[in-house]
Design a protein around this ligand. Structure first.
Ligand code: MN
Ligand code: MN
Length: 467
């Protein structure tokens, strides 16, 4: 970490803000964060994120023909691989950054609609690790895709613009929450009560212009809603069975704090790494080593599935990329010689829950992107652990460029833990380490990240690609 000539025998991490000590630099940091905020506000689902990535890649002359120098390929709009050839043969390995595009949310059930007490709600099945209470009594937007029987696609995005309606899950009023106060947190908030209010009115019908609506007349809010959905989108209830509809926190990401030094918004785990890796790929000067990014789906639910890290998609992409210059049977060589960053966020030490972290080995907001030598939990179980040689090389690379970095683990030993996509890359025998910015309030509807960490994450990823 010491960019000056003085030799330090002891190590002390330093705030990354110290390195951003000119007004011009601070302006650049804010401009980058502004673009990041626009990205976060526009991309709330894995599909929207992959679409954004593909658009930026096309603008930068990346093509879908794998014989080219700059190539990309998406898998069903949910995962995407992009690569740029270097001067050295591919068998000498790739510089690879892997991140994930999916985020915790509330998925509609396949038959979502229920009507009770004059309200139609959508039943949901949550996706990924959420704290259920954070989703109550807050504005929600609906994103997703409805596909008709004939294959016609109807993209859905409702609730983001001020003129559009939003959606909401009602919470119990404090006056009746006495019993809840004595219950355990896990018991108070039931998944089957995460029901989203969609509609409440009856249709205008002849003979019902006067007086109260008659519950016995057989009229239903549900029928009215289905009519509205058909009129507006041309969809019927059966179309919902095959649809992907996701409820996410409504509204844009924003700067946080008087100094605008933080970004607050949904889905920064792991879109901050997607954004930073894409920026780095597009900014980096052509180098010796070929470089690639892979953005996977399904990380939040264990990386299984065709578009997750456990699938062979990445392998196929590398084989296609290699086939221009060498026989495909050389792919193991490419993997063994590759260097990878599992780009995922780290838990920043929480000012109000410091006791859950072991402070000396906890990530701090604003201290630069963070290495996790290993992940896993309880005795490093399920961990992919980077070797000392690789870690030291990366440390040397960042120090040489004056890029601040830190080292951390997720929480106190035996407190909990988590995994990332690192182990899926490690399975190929490649060198891989977790490396990404710290985030506060991870997995909440409003995650917080430092603009300084965003800045230096882009710088670090770029240095990695250029090395
Ligand atoms: Mn993540
Ligand atoms: Mn996560």
């Amino acid at each position: 970490m010491n960019s000056d000539k003085k030799i330090f025998f002891s190590y002390l991490p330093q705030s990354a803000w110290k390195k951003l000590n000119t007004p011009a630099l601070r302006e650049k940091v804010e401009a980058l964060a502004g673009r990041y905020i626009d990205f976060l506000s526009a991309c709330k689902t894995e599909r929207e994120t992959v679409e954004y990535v593909c658009r930026r890649l096309r603008q930068a002359k990346y093509g879908e023909k794998f014989s080219g120098d700059r190539v990309f390929c998406d898998l069903r709009g949910k995962a995407v691989f992009a690569a740029q050839r270097g001067r050295a043969p591919l068998q000498s390995g790739l510089a690879l950054i892997a991140a994930h595009v999916d985020t915790p949310r509330l998925d509609f059930k396949q038959r979502p609609l229920v009507e009770q007490t004059c309200v139609v709600q959508a039943k949901t099945h949550y996706y990924g690790g959420i704290r259920k209470y954070q989703w109550l009594a807050r504005p929600l937007a609906l994103h997703g895709l409805v596909v008709r029987e004939n294959g016609e696609k109807i993209p859905v995005s409702v609730g983001e613009k001020p003129e559009e309606p939003m959606f909401c899950i009602a919470d119990l009023l404090p006056h009746l929450a006495q019993k809840q106060g004595d219950q355990k947190l896990n018991e108070v908030f039931e998944a089957e009560k995460l029901n989203i209010v969609l509609a409440h009115s009856l249709k205008i019908a002849k003979g019902h212009g006067k007086g109260e609506p008659d519950e016995k007349s057989g009229e239903s809010v549900r029928e009215h809603l289905l009519e509205l959905l058909h009129a507006k989108y041309g969809i019927c209830e059966e179309d919902m069975i095959t649809a992907e509809l996701q409820a996410v926190p409504a509204g844009p990401a924003r700067f946080v704090g008087f100094d605008r030094a933080l970004v607050g918004g949904y889905g920064q785990d792991d879109r901050i790494c997607v954004f930073a890796a894409l920026e780095a790929l597009l900014q980096a000067k052509k180098g010796t080593r070929s470089r690639a990014v892979i953005f996977w789906d399904k990380e939040e639910i264990g990386s299984e599935g065709a578009t997750g890290a456990a699938s062979r998609f990445f392998e196929y992409c590398v084989e296609r990329f290699l086939s221009r210059s060498a026989p495909v049977n050389r792919t193991p060589e490419v993997f063994l010689n590759s260097r990878a960053l599992a780009a995922d966020v780290q838990a920043a030490i929480d000012p109000d829950f410091q006791e859950l972290h072991e402070k000396q080995n906890a990530a701090r907001l604003g201290y630069g992107p963070c290495f996790a030598k290993f992940t896993g939990s309880r005795g490093k179980y399920g961990a992919s652990e980077a070797d000392a040689e690789y870690f030291a090389t990366l440390r040397g690379l960042l120090n040489a460029k004056g890029i601040p970095w830190q080292s951390a683990e997720l929480g106190k030993v035996d407190q909990g833990g988590g995994g990332t996509v690192a182990l899926f890359l490690a399975a190929y025998g490649m060198r891989v380490i977790d490396f990404g910015p710290p985030v506060l309030s991870m997995h909440s509807p409003c995650e917080l990240a430092s603009c300084a960490d965003l800045w230096f994450t882009v710088e670090a990823y770029r240095a990695f690609f250029e090395s």
